[in-house]
Design a protein around this ligand. Sequence first.
Ligand code: AKG
Length: 264
Amino acid sequence: MELTAAQRAQYERDGFLIFPNLFSQAEVAVLRQEVARLTDIRADEVVREHTGGVKSLFRVHEGDGPTASAPFRALVRTPRLLRPVQQVLSGDAYVYHTKINAKPAIEGTPWMWHQDYNSWSKDGCPTSNMATFNVMLNDTSEFSGGLYILPGSHKLGLLESVQDTSTSYKLWSIPKQKMIEVLRASPPPVPVVGRAGTGVLFHCNVLHASGHNLSAEDRWHIYVSCNAVANKPILGENPRPDWVVSRNWYPLPIEDDGAVTKAA
Ligand SMILES: O=C(O)CCC(=O)C(=O)O
């Protein structure tokens, strides 16, 4: 899938693009079946809440390791996902990490306002030539804890962040007073909602957050975070593990667009 000049201009301006119904319901069904299988695995790549429920499943895109998954490996190589990533990163890309985030019905908690490059700059990635492709694995509404994106906020550059420990994960997020200032000076946040299979591509400096899941259904999203091959991290002394900062920085090849269902 090739982005048009108008879509590229929109990405430059807003920092994100939404692709409604990018993946079919048949593809989503295969991916959801994989999520069900992966949640039973006990490994570092499966991050759990203190209650034991899954918070995030990492590294589902490689062919090896405890969370290897043929359908998710196929997903990241589809031209629908990878070609737009290559276009916005202006060349060869690799997967920095994959992460499937859960938000359980009624209980799923918010992610505070943040920029992904807050963490990735600390990993040693020299520039912000990085982006994430989010694919909804079930229908998502504001009510079920979907993402909010602040249009154009990638142009603010990297803002100061603090490690938020108020939730059950550690996240470099924007301090409250600064975020209030930014929100008051910005256009309204865009709720990213849609049917399962909808995709969202966003710049790593775009401010985003998500709310509580008050709905009756668990919310599952995959985040395929990508880096330009030329921007691989200069790792420090104690780098984060490979399942969150991939050392596989070879250019990811575009493969068969129909491979997700074939991998079932
Ligand atoms: O899963 C979510 O609702 C938000 C996740 C997110 O913002 C992130 O991983 O950067």
